[in-house]
Design a protein around this ligand. Structure first.
Ligand SMILES: Cc1cc2nc3c(=O)[nH]c(=O)nc-3n(C[C@H](O)[C@H](O)[C@H](O)COP(=O)(O)OP(=O)(O)OC[C@H]3O[C@@H](n4cnc5c(N)ncnc54)[C@H](O)[C@@H]3O)c2cc1C
Length: 386
């Protein structure tokens, strides 16, 4: 008899796997359990919606109901799995005990603000990591009935994309981060400064090299106290200080986890037979890229494995395209510390090549018109996972 598949998570990993498996096994019983709405949407679009004034419904490709019908699966939206018992092979959902055959953990990664957010600030301080979050932030913006003053905390990919998107949507944006230049994990500083200048040119007020001391309420305004004594007034705060893999279920069940995610092999298998992990929560043979292309490759490989052909995933040299229209940015960060960054170009059009001590390309970062070089450089760069 065909083993049933239970999937936890309806992000791009969960839906990607369901789609890939359906192509191979149209009839296999699949149950998809998810804490959120279960709507099928593309997460990268979240940071492009405010410039276009997109309502949340416009971002969902399919409602949970339609997606369940199209993929012929049992969908359990707004259902949180509380625990996983790998010995009894059951999930705990409140008092319910749900048996599973094959299980895939696609529980993603969660925002982790570096400071406590007081309950009195609910409805004013946000993270936007899924469609429900987008709905809540969109509703708060709409309720203001005017352009908002938004303080974005964090200058990584997500912070920069939201800052650019919100300012393009007519809002007054301040961006605060301890780094000296935006995108410090993806770009060497000279290229980060190019992006910073472009964001400033687009109207974003930059407070770089600054931490946030405290958030409070001052009359109707939010006050954001910086560690240099500066206080900013804002209507809303958007915290974009990074994501941490949601490994709690796996860790409590005794599966191997690290800060980088649930440890799986190239076939996305944990050490327990029939339990797999995929997407932002999975650390595959030491790598957790937390981008779409790796999870799509993982979904295809895992579908093949679940359908009976054990298949190891491979990751190519896939550059990240940062969605900051004020300054195009592409980056393929090196996996190991390079011997040097060689910087070519001038003005806003820079190419930074990360090289080892023999001059071999390990990764690169591109701004402005140099983003055209991404295909040529990606061909020469080493893959993430061979
Ligand atoms: C604003 C933004 C822009 C991005 N842009 C890009 C981009 O341009 N290019 C790119 O490659 N990547 C981008 N990324 C990253 C990319 O979107 C993610 O790598 C990807 O969407 C992760 O998908 P996932 O399914 O692994 O996780 P998630 O989307 O986080 O999904 C996790 C799912 O698990 C569910 N869940 C968690 N715990 C439980 C539980 N206990 N019980 C039940 N359900 C549970 C959640 O409800 C959710 O449905 C971006 C990310 C963000 C936030």
């Amino acid at each position: 008899m065909t083993r049933s598949l239970t999937l936890i998570g309806s992000g791009m990993a969960g839906f990607g796997l369901a789609r890939a498996l359906r192509r191979l096994q149209p009839e296999r019983p699949i149950t998809l359990i998810t804490a959120d709405s279960g709507d099928d949407y593309s997460k990268p679009l979240l940071s492009t919606g405010f410039a276009k004034g997109l309502a949340p419904e416009a971002l969902a490709a399919d409602s949970a109901l339609d997606a369940a019908e199209r993929l012929n699966l049992v969908m359990r939206p707004r259902t949180r799995v509380d625990a996983l018992d790998p010995v009894a092979r059951e999930l705990h959902i409140g008092a319910e005990r749900l048996p599973f055959d094959d299980l895939v953990l696609a529980t993603g990664a969660a925002p982790q603000p570096p400071f406590a957010i007081d309950a009195t600030l609910a409805g004013r301080v946000f993270t936007i990591n899924d469609l429900d979050d987008y709905r809540a932030f969109h509703a708060a913006l709409t309720a203001l009935g005017r352009s908002a003053r938004v303080a974005v905390i964090g200058a990584g990919l997500v912070g920069c994309e939201y800052a650019n998107d919100l300012v393009a949507g007519g809002h007054a944006v301040a961006m605060i981060a301890p780094e000296r230049a935006p995108l410090a994990r993806l770009l060497p500083e000279p290229l980060g400064r190019v992006l910073g200048a472009a964001l400033a040119g687009a109207g974003v007020e930059l407070h770089l090299g600054r931490g946030v001391g405290e958030l409070g309420l001052d009359g109707g305004d939010l006050s954001v106290a910086l560690d240099d004594g500066h206080v900013l007034d804002a209507d809303l705060v958007l915290v974009a200080t990074g994501l941490v893999p949601r490994t709690e279920l796996a860790a409590a069940a005794g599966l191997a986890v690290s800060e980088a995610g649930i440890q799986v092999d190239r076939c996305l298998r944990t050490a327990v037979e029939g339990i797999h992990a995929l997407g932002d929560v999975a650390c595959v043979d030491g790598v957790n890229a937390m981008y779409v292309q790796p999870l799509q490759a993982g979904a295809r490989a895992l579908a093949a494995t679940l359908a009976g052909t054990p298949t190891a995933v491979r990751y190519g040299p896939w550059p990240v395209l940062v969605k900051t229209p004020c300054c195009p940015v592409v980056a393929l960060p090196p996996r190991v510390t390079p011997a040097r960054w060689r910087i070519e170009g001038e003005g806003d059009d820079l190419a930074a090549l990360a090289e080892d001590d023999r001059g071999r390309l390990l990764g690169f970062a591109l701004t402005g018109r140099c983003v055209r070089r991404k295909v040529e450089l990606a061909r020469a760069a080493p893959p993430l996972l061979i």
